[in-house]
Design a protein. Sequence first.
Length: 153
Amino acid sequence: MDEKTTSTLTEVLQKTSPDNIAEYFFENEKYILKTDKPFAAYMRSMFKRKGIKQQDVFLAADISEGYGYKLIAEEKRTRQRDLILRLCLASRFSLEETQRALKIYGMAPLYPRMRRDAVLIVAINTGNYEITIVDEMLAKHGMEPLYACSGLE
């Protein structure tokens, strides 16, 4: 059976009554997250799939290893979307992978109607994953660089 998209599952839930929630869980068990830390599971699976080491990601993202591990493990939470974007850029995530990481973390996905997000989307789509290059692109258009996070624990 094919993978059910989030949109498909949402459509099913729109038609599901409170009495049929257990049936929804049963019928869609293989599509339901089985962890209370979905961001950690997603990031680790992506690192494995891409063959990258967390340490390399933290270095490229300019995030201390200690803080980076806590973010990935969901032991620490941040309200700074730029920190999650730094991790995605350093991991060389596609736009789709970045959007998914942001959503799983509970952050707003990049929105093409917002100027800063539009620059970030172009950076990702053109393979500009280096934080310094992305910051230069943002500065060129009069926008703030990605939130600097070195020194955070």
